[in-house]
Design a protein around this ligand. Structure first.
Ligand SMILES: [Ca+2]
Ligand SMILES: [Ca+2]
Length: 173
């Protein structure tokens, strides 16, 4: 009898844990749903963003500083947007130098949309301007001691280093 009671208690405990996890997932989904589903590519064409979007939140009391590095054979660009109802471009970096604007970016506390793009064409291709932009894949890592690193994949080797956006957080002075 005692063992049955223990089992029931465990079941109750695990149910409440699952409910907690579900609530958290819903909150996360709600936050992501607030993000736009399309963004302007580097040539100003509005496109579905899909996995090309990474959301970075700079916590209150901190400020971020975003810088890009590239390790890619294709043309790549990252554009960081504000989270206003109509997102505003704050910074742009690319491995073709005329793409670099307002970098590095100082990021006061708030939410930022980091969008990643590439062209399916090698950097040396003479017809590179004829290729259209498409989204890359992004993933977000935590930086030690504090900050975020957005890693970008433009192809299929999954090295996720085609662009690396490093955003250390430091205390507001
Ligand atoms: Ca790659
Ligand atoms: Ca690479």
């Amino acid at each position: 009898m005692r063992s049955i009671l223990v089992v029931i208690t465990l079941l109750t405990l695990s149910t409440s844990t699952v409910q907690g996890a579900t609530a958290k997932t819903k909150t996360q989904k709600k936050a992501n749903m607030a993000a736009p589903t399309t963004f302007y590519d580097p040539e100003g064409v509005n496109r579905p963003i899909g996995l090309g979007l990474a959301i970075v939140v700079v916590p209150s009391g901190k400020t971020g500083r975003a810088e890009c590095k590239f390790n890619a054979g294709y043309e790549n660009a990252v554009i960081i947007y504000s989270d206003e109802p109509t997102p505003v471009e704050l910074m742009r970096c690319g491995n073709i130098s005329n793409n670099n604007r307002k970098t590095p970016l100082q990021m006061p506390a708030g939410t930022y949309y980091v969008t990643a793009w590439h062209k399916d064409a090698y950097l040396g291709d003479s017809d590179i301007t004829q290729h259209r932009w498409t989204t890359s894949k992004t993933l977000v890592e935590s930086l030690n001691p504090t900050g975020r690193r957005v890693r970008v994949e433009d192809g299929t080797d999954n090295d996720f280093n085609d662009v690396v956006v490093t955003i250390p957080f430091s205390p507001v002075p």
